[in-house]
Design a protein around this ligand. Sequence first.
Ligand SMILES: *[C@@H]1O[C@H](CO)[C@@H](O)[C@H](O)[C@H]1NC(C)=O
Ligand SMILES: *[C@@H]1O[C@H](CO)[C@@H](O)[C@H](O)[C@H]1NC(C)=O
Ligand SMILES: *[C@@H]1O[C@H](CO)[C@@H](O)[C@H](O)[C@H]1NC(C)=O
Ligand SMILES: *[C@@H]1O[C@H](CO)[C@@H](O)[C@H](O)[C@H]1NC(C)=O
Ligand SMILES: *[C@@H]1O[C@H](CO)[C@@H](O)[C@H](O)[C@H]1NC(C)=O
Length: 574
Amino acid sequence: MNNVQRNFFKFLFILGVWSFLLIGLIKINNDNIDISGASLASQSYLKKIPLHRNLLQKEKWNQLLDQTSTTLASERLMTYIDNEVLVDNRTGIDDEQLVKEVEEKLPSLPLAYWTKHKAIQAQANSKNTKQCAKYPSIYDIQFSNIYWQTLQTTNGTFQLFGAYYDIRKSSRIGPAVRILGMIDRINPTVKTYCQFWFDGQKDPIIVKTFEYKYIWFSRWGNYFNNVYQPYLIACQIPKPFHSNVPTSVSIVEKQCDTSTNNLRVIYNLPADDQKKGFAVCVKGLDFLYDDLSVKLIEWIELITLLGADKIYFYELQVHPNISKVLKHYEKEGKVHVTPLTLPGGQPNVPGLQHMYLTKKTSQKRQNELIPYNDCLYKNMYKYEFIALLDIDEVIMPKHEEDMSWHDLMVRVLEKGKKLRNTTYPSYNVRNVYFFDETQHQHEWMPGIPKYMHMLQHINRAANFTKPNQYIKCFHNPERVLTLHNHFPLACLGGPCKSFSIDTDDAQLQHYRADCVKTLKKSCEDFKEFKVKDPTILKFKDKLIARTTKTLETLNFFKKSTSFTNRDYSAITNE
Ligand SMILES: *[C@@H]1O[C@H](CO)[C@@H](O)[C@H](O)[C@H]1NC(C)=O
Ligand SMILES: *[C@@H]1O[C@H](CO)[C@@H](O)[C@H](O)[C@H]1NC(C)=O
Ligand SMILES: *[C@@H]1O[C@H](CO)[C@@H](O)[C@H](O)[C@H]1NC(C)=O
Ligand SMILES: *[C@@H]1O[C@H](CO)[C@@H](O)[C@H](O)[C@H]1NC(C)=O
Ligand SMILES: *[C@@H]1O[C@H](CO)[C@@H](O)[C@H](O)[C@H]1NC(C)=O
């Protein structure tokens, strides 16, 4: 047979198979599809076999038209023509868009690069060359409840959350990748290696792991093997590669192992090479049943008024109304939400997770260190300061003329410089309670809507909690290595000296029903001795206007009490 003949038979064969397939499809379809195309069964069916959708629909129409000899049938057809079918009419997603969407959902996955590396590998492949380690397939990576990747070693299991490129000036170990995760050992002794994957290279650069930095103190409890403990793992980039940023990194026990993990190395630079002022990080939200949406709106508006450039939330489980609020602000660019799960065998089922976090406070605290430090490392090159706040806490500048954190920090940095001729790793603010109730037993603040929780609560405990207790900080991301809720645990370029901001300059306003449990005794005094503290009222007009506007936008007002535009401008003077 010559080539032409061969091709002709090939063509005939394909045609045969093709017709066979088509007939089969149409036959299957006859029982399945309904004319509106809107039934679930037919929709999912079409999704599975999208190629022939048009053809199938045509077939159906023909059948229908055959039956339209009676008026009844033609009338039925007329009504169908006017109805819009509820079919997903977007054209199929292209690969590039798909990769982008998955990377958006899973920032630790070097998906785009994996695709690229496959090509590099294929190109370099002369079949028999021995290779030390292969770039792991995305499909061989062991995920643990979505956001974590696993390394099983002979002595301990690693759950890895993120990897970050660190070239901060005060980091003494030089260019490095730091990997945030949890290990079920209190003092990991297992030796591991980092495989650095660089753009365009077939083989990894392999180095011994430099350190497992514990992000906890043993005296805080939960100091056991077989319980997941937070760590920041460091691997130094070898000298010849100092000017290269690895694309991704794997941790292995034996250097030539093909890894079960591969994390994209995150290196987020500011958009225009200019650091912004303030980022706020909020640990994994666990408010599935607690609808704090209205309070949250007031808090986000106030924090934004104070000058937070962006608020980074981590989300475990939240009430649908809170979701709605977060989505709204995310669209406005004021908020970023990162979904989060607990690693290993810890529960992620809604509700059960909440019970677990409520019961197991030490586990809860240890798990919180992951979002806090992830937030630090994702944002360290983007902001001058990073604050870790809960949604019932506000760092309030006290001077009448200080209308923002920027104003406050100009003042504070000046004072700090006088004490010590460098910047501090952190600047801490003293904690004081603004309790929920009692005040209304006497009065509501006139001229302020009742839904403004903070504006309606201007009585605070007369005394602050003790220095260094329950404080919150503005962290200098160039100088902190690991963060804890209240203060840095380890710093770069010297000890973790924290500058205590004078209570005349700022205070941490903590809005709570009660003190934290550990404070039972002094709490009685806090509750008994109170003073009026109207500092927040300097933001009153703008805060009411913005909160009200957002509440209205999100349809939080009952129809009967909803504000018209005119009412609204009367309240706000804006
Ligand atoms: C898809 O449907 C929507 C509304 O039904 C319409 O606005 C849009 O133009 C359609 N898109 C395409 C590509 O047909
Ligand atoms: C396993 O690790 C634990 C703690 O990290 C250590 O105490 C123990 O000696 C290690 N066991 C072996 C066999 O290396
Ligand atoms: C502080 O340091 C700068 C340089 O870093 C120096 O010029 C200045 O004189 C120092 N000031 C004091 C009071 O030591
Ligand atoms: C505030 O604290 C100081 C020192 O601890 C104490 O002497 C004082 O009585 C407290 N004041 C109030 C109003 O609780
Ligand atoms: C908040 O949740 C409740 C209960 O699910 C619902 O009735 C209400 O409409 C929600 N509010 C908004 C603004 O969506």
